[in-house]
Design a protein around this ligand. Structure first.
Ligand SMILES: N[C@@H](CCC[C@H](N)C(=O)O)C(=O)O
Length: 282
């Protein structure tokens, strides 16, 4: 029979989508790791399981963010290493694009459920998607160490944890093949680490080392954290920035109590997973 999958990306942060409306798929860590592996699997930064929220209410009642949700569809996000994360800003935009393209939602504005709560989305005619991420909260300061250099950073909670460092030197020179060291006391559940250059007052360049993945070509929550940290450093509460990442660019607008993220969201392929491989992903 096979298991349907789709492949999508948001500014080259790429995902395998698994439509699972009735929440029947057994999505183990091993299966996620195999799916995301770029040699033995399809290759992706993460997996988006597409589940009806009502199916989780009866089937997986302990999923955070789902209780009291006004959503019809829940984004069950997994990192490439199989770990679960609370939120994925690019993922939710790709998820919304899929729901509309597949005819599962007949509206351009709706709510997607996630472990970080309901996220309102707007699917635009030009292919881009805006998500309201809620409030990005500056939680303190810390530092990251990379190749012996220490970088002061601002910690930001966007539903998931981030540490944003702003450099005077060119971030293109950084070696992000290795995970930056951080203080585990500050980040007991790990952290996504962003490196920024300010190109202009309203334009940032960013690279990111994602928790549970490694360097990715974009991170939606990371871009929101970056703008929140940049505004904080400038002594401002609200503002809009274009964030250039290796996979393209997004626009982040921070207002009182909310942050919106806008950028492209693409579904590029659909296929079937072999049942034998799913039973025993080699
Ligand atoms: N790429 C995502 C973030 C995915 C989760 C992150 N790796 C974590 O563990 O918190 C995004 O677009 O936000």
């Amino acid at each position: 029979m096979g298991i349907t999958f789709l492949k999508g990306h948001g500014t080259q942060n790429d995902f395998v989508l698994l439509p699972d409306p009735d929440a029947t798929l057994d999505l183990t860590e091993e299966r996620v790791r195999a799916l995301c592996d770029r040699q033995r699997g399809l290759g992706a930064d993460g997996v988006l399981r597409v589940v009806r929220t009502a199916a989780l209410v009866t089937g997986e009642a302990d999923v955070p963010g789902m209780v009291g949700s006004a959503s019809d569809w829940f984004m069950d996000y997994r990192n490439a290493d199989g770990s679960i994360a609370e939120m994925c800003g690019n993922g939710v935009r790709v998820f919304a694009r899929y729901l509309v393209d597949a005819g599962l939602v007949d509206a351009s504005e709706f709510v997607v459920g996630s472990r970080a709560g309901d996220k309102p989305v707007v699917v635009h005619a030009d292919g881009s998607v805006t998500v309201s991420m809620g409030k990005a909260v500056v939680t303190g300061t810390s530092e990251a160490t990379l190749a012996g250099s220490r970088y002061a950073g601002i910690a930001v909670d966007v539903g998931n944890p981030h540490l944003v460092t702003t450099l005077d030197t060119d971030i293109a020179e950084l070696d992000l093949t290795r995970q930056p060291d951080v203080d585990p006391a500050d980040f007991p559940h790990g952290v996504n680490v962003e490196f920024l250059n300010r190109l202009a007052d309203d334009v940032l360049r960013m690279r990111v080392f994602e928790r549970g993945v490694g360097e990715t070509r974009s991170c939606g929550t990371g871009t929101v954290a970056a703008v929140a940290a940049d505004l904080y450093a400038e002594g401002e509460d609200i503002g809009t920035r274009i964030v250039r990442i290796p996979g393209g660019e997004v626009t982040v607008r921070i207002q009182a109590g909310d942050a919106t993220l806008t950028g492209p969201a693409v579904i590029l392929a659909e296929g079937m997973l072999n049942d034998n491989w799913w039973s025993d992903p080699a």
